[in-house]
Design a protein around this ligand. Structure first.
Ligand code: GAP
Length: 511
């Protein structure tokens, strides 16, 4: 099945099984805003716990905060967001649709990559085991021709972004003959900058109202609390501050479901270091973060690092962790070496000294910062994309979410074989014993087969069936979601079996 079709199916699955709903659906929805349903919220909470504990529990020198969404507007002037948090936009005059010029060009680059990959797949099939992909890529004329086009476009694009050259971005779109996907024409306007921040007013009267912004990143809440945390926590450099919270961006290209939203959630950690050591720490965090992703077992080949074409105004090194979604490799997380830009700017704009006295050097300085920043929603989409499976079985088929057990919303479904003979009561007893350790679900409706399918569809890793033998010897069958194998175990063993599989500790051992 084409990847595009798989993506459509998994979006529909998320809605049908209570993971993600369009916001304000009964009013025809609100663009690029989504609500999480009863299973979605559990998965989201588990992802957040995995991230939070991996930062705050695993690292003695990382602590968390929860800062407000509203902040003093000068913060956004100091951070550069008022003047420079822009996307380059272009409109198609025929369809009246608006696009991000950089995204149109990135999609063109992805087309060259896809053409090269297609040649590789074809050759792989032809040559079988003896196929040498490296040699093929270095010698095949069609791959080389596309690689040349890719490299030329890439360097021209990077230059235009670095120079902030909007005319050149438009010229690239014209030269590459990029058409509007709706109208199919090349009738483009000029490229212009568009600020992504949402503004609102604080205060009761129009005269006295203060223009405030909904934060476009959680990071600034950490920077402006640097001194508070450092002093009250007696933190010694190097140390980090972590935060999970909502962020808001007036995204123009809001597509691909929860990949690009106008209201989303970030998990960010700012790591404060001695100046001159930031690039070493940047490498360390790069390594730690990729291990965090890989520990989930979605396949190392589905991750790659992407160096930025253009460094943000605050960074001296930056890399994205990209995951292979059904619509291609896309950014899930950014790791940035932000220099002392933010703290220095806040010193300048607030007039307050934001320094660290380093007892080893016997001097004060503005710390440098390495940031790790990941979107909860993109991570959610990564988990769902990696887990969604359609399987043909001997007699029928099933749709199963093979979510890593530790992240699965419901860990365990307990099912009495029939609704009589004391089996429901026995099933309830098991749930009462386990419900404070695991999210359990009681299910007695329909045949056992139908119940298994329902649990497969929401990703429940374990189903326990209570039958007549249970009333005699206190054993049950436990059925494993991924293999569909079943085994008979003592009721007293269930907690241990599941506990081992859903432990965060196992994941942390790999980080
Ligand atoms: N503080 C740095 C920062 O915000 P970013 O690359 O703009 O950097 C970090 O965002 C992460 O936030 C991204 O890697 C992505 O996972 C997530 N993110 C950004 N914009 C998003 C959007 N519109 N919808 C969903 N997630 C988004």
């Amino acid at each position: 099945m084409a990847q595009e079709d798989i993506f459509k199916k998994l979006v529909a699955h998320c809605k049908e099984y209570g993971y993600v709903f369009q916001s304000s659906e009964i009013y025809d929805g609100l663009g690029a805003v989504y609500d999480y349903g009863q299973y979605g919220v559990e998965l989201k909470n588990n992802i957040k716990k995995y991230w939070w504990d991996s930062m705050v529990l695993l690292h003695e020198n990382v602590v968390g905060i929860d800062s407000a969404i509203f902040m003093h507007p000068t913060i956004w002037k100091a951070s550069g967001h008022v003047d420079a948090f822009n996307d380059p936009l272009i409109d198609n005059k025929d369809s009246k649709k608006r696009y991000r010029a950089d995204v149109l060009i990135e999609e063109q680059l992805a087309k060259f990559e896809a053409k090269m990959d297609k040649e590789v797949v074809k050759a792989q099939k032809r040559f079988g085991d003896s196929f040498d992909e490296k040699q093929f890529r270095e010698t095949n004329p069609r791959v080389l021709a596309n690689q040349k086009k890719y490299d030329e476009l890439h360097s021209r694009f990077a230059q235009a972004l670095n120079d902030n050259n909007l005319e050149e971005l438009k010229q690239i779109i014209i030269d590459q003959e990029i058409v509007c996907p709706i109208s199919g024409t090349r009738n483009w306007t000029d490229v212009r900058q568009f600020n992504l921040m949402f503004a609102t007013e604080m205060g009761s009267t129009a005269d006295g109202a203060l223009k405030v912004y909904l934060r476009p990143e959680t990071a600034q809440g950490i920077f402006v609390n640097y001194l508070n945390v450092q002093k009250t926590g007696r933190m010694k450099i190097p140390f980090g501050i972590a935060q999970i919270g909502k962020a808001f961006r007036n995204e123009i290209v809001a597509r691909q479901f929860i990949f690009r939203m106008r209201e989303f959630e970030q998990m960010e950690m700012q790591f404060f270091v001695r100046p001159g050591t930031e690039l070493d720490w940047f490498e360390k965090w790069k390594e730690t973060r990729i291990k965090w992703h890989r520990a989930l077992g979605f396949g190392d080949e589905n991750y790659r690092f992407h160096e930025h074409e253009k460094l943000a105004h605050y960074a001296n090194a930056a890399v994205d962790v990209e995951y292979k979604f059904p619509f291609g490799f896309k950014e899930v997380e950014g790791i940035h070496s932000r220099t002392d830009f933010d703290l220095s700017q806040h010193e300048k704009y607030s007039g307050k000294k934001i320094r660290y006295f380093d007892p080893e050097l016997n001097e004060s300085y503005v710390p440098f910062v390495v940031e790790t920043s990941i979107g909860v929603d993109r991570m959610f989409l990564q988990v769902i994309s990696a887990s969604y499976c359609e399987e043909e079985l001997e007699k029928d088929s099933r749709v199963v979410l093979k979510i890593p057990p530790v992240l699965a919303p419901v860990k365990l479904a307990v099912m009495p074989l029939v609704k009589k003979d004391g089996l429901p009561e026995k099933a309830r007893e098991i749930i009462d014993d386990l419900k404070f350790n695991f999210n359990c679900q009681y299910d007695e409706k329909d045949s056992i087969g139908k119940r298994y399918r329902r649990q497969d569809a929401i990703g429940t890793p374990f189903c326990v069936t209570v039958d007549h033998q249970t009333t005699q010897d206190n054993t049950v069958t436990i059925r494993y979601r991924d293999t569909m194998e079943q085994e008979r175990v003592a009721i007293s063993e269930i907690g241990k079996i599941i506990g081992e599989q859903v432990s965060y500790k196992k994941l942390f051992a790999e980080i």
